[in-house]
Design a protein around this ligand. Structure first.
Ligand code: F6P
Length: 553
């Protein structure tokens, strides 16, 4: 039994019941499931806010869904969910509360962090949002002047991981809502090429750097920020006093921000109860807010909140994040699916899956349970995908006819974003026809008989047959607005939560990223100064030697 009073997942009767049920289902085909229930397409749908989820093309029956819900109940998902919303320290390995939902709580809400003398965090959240709004308005109105008195017109966000992926994804997603007069760019990679390219054509006198780092110690970000500062001061021919007008920080670490030379009155704070990958609706969203404006940003927060409330209050049968989470558990646990594709049919969502990779894989890429015992069940899948229709001409072949079962989410919108020229907006039906066609082809395929009926030569039949039975969930929304984006992100945040809760892992730490960071620090002097590095394995030592020789060192 663990702290929540549950046993190990694979010994729970509900898990074992699912295993038996899976055996009974055997080689069940979606064609049979649809034939047996003409209303399946309508019955297997849930609505949340502006999103509609059609999960009918999944390899489930009413019985599967019932058993999965029983598993969630027995695993204590609802209890852990309440504990999260109430501010309990459910991130046990870091002894932290997990309160990203407080970032979108209304002004009059009360959310207290456990153990911090019952402090209500909502006033602080709104105080920062108000400061961000005032700052964003000033930049947008050309009222934020740089060192020489010229207004800032370019914004470069420097951050990595959660301090980059969220705002960069949302900036792309909401481009139609951005002020096109402002040039907003994102730099993350410690590869100098990233900053080099981002700085092309920028005028230092009119450039603002937004340094986004929760810890303000992340080597990539501090290295890039330092190079950006050098570029700025050289370009302006100015001393450190110019930094204050051209650098702002988004961080929890005021001391390190001040040390860097950024005026802490230009630091927008957040808190240790916001995980990096759950942070783009905190101060980390400042560059996005500058681009889309505070009102749109708040609409996005409202979207998040709609799904938060749904997740907290909707009954299990209609609870969209719960359902998505359970479907993933079903495929990983009982169909041996190793990966999950997220395929948005919107070019504006071109960075959405990359964003979800951190959200999902950094959260649930774990192999010990909350008690530190190795798990003997699948945890987080490999999340991957790119926008349709591009992927169709690349890897969809494998989705349709390969040997792997890859459940996929197809995300689409009823209307193109506002502002597209009518002729381009007219292409939207073709885009969506492709989404619907892919879901249909993946589920139902094309039988040998159907192929033969087309007069295909016998030896060609196996090559042209589609087995089908490839599960998809279709997420359909009215239009990609700021609110809908918030809804989509919260949907996946809570899906990941549900899975972590059932798998009994801590979804909110990320110890797995530490070892590589430590080793890189140790290896770097060997590359630059030829220093002896203790404990290098034979392969790495030989690679280091070869690297040095190629560099002529
Ligand atoms: O590499 C892991 C990580 O800690 C992420 O979880 C985080 O989003 C990213 O690095 C950036 O961290 P920071 O915002 O502290 O610079």
């Amino acid at each position: 039994m663990n702290a929540e009073g549950r046993g190990r997942l694979d010994r729970m009767p509900q898990w074992q019941a699912l295993a038996r049920h899976r055996e009974e289902l055997g080689e069940v085909h979606l064609r049979e499931l649809f034939a047996a229930d003409p209303r399946r397409g309508e019955r297997y749908g849930v609505r949340v806010g502006d999103l509609y989820l059609d999960y009918s093309k999944n390899l489930v029956t009413d019985e599967t869904l019932r058993l999965l819900r029983e598993l969630a109940e027995a695993a204590g998902v609802a209890r852990l969910r309440e504990a999260m919303f109430r501010g309990e320290r459910i991130n046990t390995t870091e002894d932290r509360a997990v309160l990203h939902t407080a970032l979108r709580a209304p002004r009059d809400a009360v959310v207290e962090v456990e153990g911090e003398s019952g402090e209500n965090v909502v006033p602080a959240v709104h105080a920062v949002l108000d400061r961000m709004s005032a700052f964003a308005e000033a930049v947008r109105a050309g009222k934020w002047a740089g060192h020489t008195g010229l207004p800032v017109r370019s914004v470069v966000n420097i951050g990595i991981g959660g301090s980059d992926l969220g705002p960069a994804m949302a900036y792309e997603a909401l481009r139609a809502y951005t002020d096109r007069e402002l040039d907003v760019r994102f730099v993350s990679n410690v590869d100098g090429a990233d900053l080099h390219e981002a700085l092309q054509g920028l005028d230092p006198a009119r450039t603002l750097f937004v340094v986004a780092s929760k810890t303000f110690t992340t080597i990539e970000t501090i290295t890039n920020a330092t190079s950006a500062r050098n570029w700025l001061l050289a370009g302006l021919g100015a001393g450190r006093e110019a930094v204050a007008k051209h650098f702002v920080a988004l961080s929890t670490n005021a001391e390190a921000v001040a040390e860097f030379g950024i005026d802490t009155t230009n630091m927008f704070e957040f808190w240790d109860w916001v995980g990096g990958r759950y942070s783009y609706d905190s101060a980390i969203g400042l560059s996005l807010m500058i681009a889309i404006g505070p009102d749109r940003f708040r609409e996005m927060l409202d979207g998040f909140r709609t799904v938060d409330e749904h997740f907290r209050t909707a009954p299990p049968e209609e609870n969209a994040p719960l359902l998505l989470g359970l479907l993933g558990i079903w495929y990983g646990g009982f169909w041996d699916a190793q990966s999950h594709a997220v395929l948005p049919y919107s070019h504006y969502l071109s960075k959405f899956t990359a964003y979800l990779q951190q959200l999902d894989m950094e959260s649930n890429g774990k192999s010990v349970d909350r008690q530190g015992e190795p798990v003997s069940w699948q945890t987080g899948p490999v999340v991957w995908g790119t926008p349709g229709t591009n992927g169709q001409h690349a890897y969809f072949q494998l989705l349709h006819q390969g040997t792997k079962l890859i459940p996929a989410d197809l995300i689409g919108f009823a209307r193109p974003v506002a502002g597209l020229e009518p002729a381009l907006a007219a292409q939207h039906d073709l885009l969506m026809a492709n989404l619907f066609a892919q879901g249909q082809a993946l589920a139902f395929g094309k039988t040998e008989d159907e192929v033969r009926a087309e007069g295909v030569a016998e030896e060609q039949v196996p090559h042209r047959t589609f087995r089908g039975n490839r599960p998809t969930t279709t997420i359909l929304a009215s239009e990609l607005t700021p609110s809908v984006l918030g809804q989509l992100v919260a949907l996946y945040e809570h899906k990941v939560f549900v899975q972590g809760a059932v798998w009994d892992i801590d979804s909110f730490d990320q110890w797995g990223v530490e070892l590589g960071k430590v080793l890189a620090k140790r290896i770097e002097p060997a590359l630059t100064e030829g220093a002896e590095v203790e404990g290098l394995d034979a392969s790495t030592a030989a690679l280091v030697a070869r690297y040095r020789s190629l560099r002529g060192r």
